[in-house]
Design a protein around this ligand. Structure first.
Ligand SMILES: Cc1cc2nc3c(=O)[nH]c(=O)nc-3n(C[C@H](O)[C@H](O)[C@H](O)COP(=O)(O)OP(=O)(O)OC[C@H]3O[C@@H](n4cnc5c(N)ncnc54)[C@H](O)[C@@H]3O)c2cc1C
Length: 375
């Protein structure tokens, strides 16, 4: 049995654990300092923009497309395996276009997506009003509708991935922060093919044939202990939940709406998520960033932006406000999915920044492809 230890149980670590748990000959152990789905995952809205994103080629598009394909079966597969309900919205994403000069870019994206086999519709403003009467058409020059993009509740998904992996024999250890590694006695960075043989927490050690760091913002201290510092910085995001007396628009058609990079996520019934801010805290340590009180005014601006395109939100009652820190790689592109330099058995699966929920399945498959190889 090949024993693979995954450190971190946000949406990325949980997805990796689940995909690996399906592989014969692999024993999965997941270790997290916290319960599952805390960290950045707890704050996410779970909007998955693949077809409607302007990434059309290269690694970023391949990851998005692979996730999109895996998601087509993943949610139902997990729901039936675990009996858990996973809130998701499969009615597509509608992006409001307010600038006529952006239309050629959308038309070119539409043509590319058509060639790739993905529908992307460009609606006249009147059609936006007909399909979504709750939206204010003022200033809208077009609606870009992607029927295949979607939203999934990140916490529901992560907990279902954990339960699914457990059903396939994976072991989970929560409340166990990883503090060090076995087999790394060198004082300097290893040159190549160094192997790490164990993961240590304060209370126990886990023998490992391979290790995956899915540690988001916790990546730097662990990679420092491995003499290969990989910096992942925090980007603050705030969001809110709003309750209305009745659902907005047509009960038949409730897509996720995006206007000016502000998401409106129907959750079913008459509850909606609105978010999120994208705030770069000043140069601070992670601990300081975690302790910082977010500015309420920044979230109020986001809500005002959402009310501008969806006026009925003004009558709603805010039932929850929250914030989280997105893990953003410093000095390299997001996400970081690669071997840790100098080591033959450590993988980084981190730094997913604004798209960790979208990219978790593709990340898990990429890690699985590497780790299920013999050796
Ligand atoms: C407001 C907001 C909205 C967002 N909206 C979206 C969205 O709509 N769509 C989307 O795709 N993404 C969204 N994101 C981004 C998304 O949340 C992240 O990209 C994703 O959650 C990253 O997942 P992760 O598993 O890598 O990290 P995390 O969820 O942060 O998990 C990392 C885990 O590692 C553990 N860990 C760290 N260090 C150690 C250690 N030493 N020992 C043991 N365990 C350790 C932590 O306890 C944590 O559980 C949003 C983020 C925010 C803040």
């Amino acid at each position: 049995m090949k024993r693979i230890t995954v450190i971190g149980c946000g949406v990325v670590g949980a997805a990796i654990a689940y995909e690996l748990s399906l592989c014969p000959g692999i024993q999965v152990v997941v270790v997290d300092g916290a319960p599952p789905a805390q960290g950045s995952t707890a704050a996410a809205l779970g909007v998955a923009m693949a077809v409607i994103s302007h990434k059309v080629k290269g690694r970023n598009w391949r990851l998005r497309e692979r996730s999109l394909k895996r998601y087509q079966t993943l949610i139902l597969e997990l729901a039936s395996l675990t009996g858990r309900s996973i809130q998701h919205n499969a009615q597509g994403i509608l992006s409001l276009c307010f600038a006529a000069e952006d239309l050629p870019r959308w038309r070119s994206l539409q043509a590319i997506r058509q060639g790739q086999g993905y529908p992307l519709e460009i609606w006249e403003p009147g059609q936006v009003g007909d399909r979504c009467p709750h939206l204010n058409g003022e200033g809208v020059v077009a609606g870009i509708y992607s029927p295949q993009d979607f939203q999934v509740n990140p916490t529901d998904l992560t907990l279902a991935l954990v339960a699914g992996a457990q059903a396939h024999g994976a072991e989970f250890y929560f409340g166990e922060p990883v503090t060090g590694f076995g087999g790394v006695e060198v004082e300097v960075a290893p040159q190549e093919d160094w192997r790490c043989t164990a993961v240590h927490t304060l209370s126990q050690s886990f023998a490992a044939d391979a290790i995956v760091l899915a540690t988001g913002l916790g990546t730097l201290p662990l990679t420092q202990a491995l003499h290969r510092p990989t910096a992942i910085g925090p980007v603050l995001g705030q969001a809110l939940r709003i309750h209305l007396d009745e659902p907005m628009g047509s009960s038949e058609f409730q897509p996720v709406v995006n206007g000016h990079d502000i998401h409106l996520v129907p959750l079913g019934g008459s509850d909606y998520w609105v978010g999120a801010t994208v705030e770069f805290p000043p140069e601070t340590s992670l601990d300081e960033a975690l302790a910082m009180q977010p500015e309420a005014a920044r979230l109020d601006e986001v809500l005002a932006g959402a009310i501008a395109y969806c006026p009925a939100l003004a009558n709603g009652m805010i039932t929850q406000r929250w914030s989280g820190l997105r893990p953003r790689p410093q000095g390299q592109a997001a996400p970081v999915i690669q071997p840790l330099t100098g080591y033959s058995n450590i993988w980084l699966a981190t730094g997913h920044y604004r798209n960790g929920v979208l990219l978790a399945p593709a990340t898990a498959l990429a890690v699985r492809d590497e780790l299920e190889r013999p050796g």
